[in-house]
Design a protein around this ligand. Sequence first.
Ligand SMILES: C[S@@+](CC[C@H](N)C(=O)[O-])C[C@H]1O[C@@H](n2cnc3c(N)ncnc32)[C@H](O)[C@@H]1O
Length: 262
Amino acid sequence: MNTKTNYQTWIRMNKLLIFLGISLLLLLITLYSVQVYFRVLAGMLALPFLYITFILSYSVYQFSTFGGGFQSKIHHLIVSKVEDGSGKILDIGTGSGSLIIKLAKAFPNSTLTGIDFWGENWEYSKAQCEQNAEIEGVSDRIHFVKASASHLPFQNGEFDVVVSCLTFHEVKDSKNKTEVIKEALRLVKPGGTFVFMDLFMDESTFGKKTELVADLTKHGEIELNDDKLTDILPLPKILRNKKVLGNAMVLSGKKANKAQSR
Ligand SMILES: C[S@@+](CC[C@H](N)C(=O)[O-])C[C@H]1O[C@@H](n2cnc3c(N)ncnc32)[C@H](O)[C@@H]1O
């Protein structure tokens, strides 16, 4: 069995390789084509591809543990917002299991579930999560389930803690991403905690932030804090770009106890 954990970054390597390949091809045409027209055209087209390749490569470096370690730092930030993790914990869109395994280590009395759709579009898998949990010595308390965040196969209020990181905006089988957040909140028990990090300030996905917060809090069932990620975690300039984490926010809080919400 493998003894080394495998947690990829959020940047898909196949996407990076496609942009790198196209950039190199355009550069070759720019340098070696006999037709001046093709050289100019390829040179102009190469610029945006080179720019995107640079942003993707730099992000891989900053997210990975051999670089800035920012993916791990963001997961630790989410863990730090969970005051009491001694019960049942759910991670929605668990990816390679990195966040849920950190929670398992931080809260030895917890039992944990990681769900993900693990679609072809992503390079993570359920087997990878199980192997990472095994290597980290927490596999007896975590189980991984394939499910979509839009329809989660759990009862109302089944979990003491529900977390999610950079997943809601990816859920393709629900047009309305606010409904996906509400589906996650449905599973938090009264008095329980939630911590969600996502691109909540991207209006094209989640609408206006004030309306999103008003919609989530309108029945008084949750207490909600909204923190812009860059305000609570210093990030390198390129990660602050809106195409990377510039629109990221942490929505966290508690579900009211039934008596409080009446
Ligand atoms: C950017 S990755 C984040 C992974 C993980 N949360 C982390 O922080 O490392 C987005 C994740 O969303 C998952 N995902 C996409 N659509 C989903 C869906 N409908 N239901 C559950 N997970 C989904 C992907 O498989 C992927 O693991």
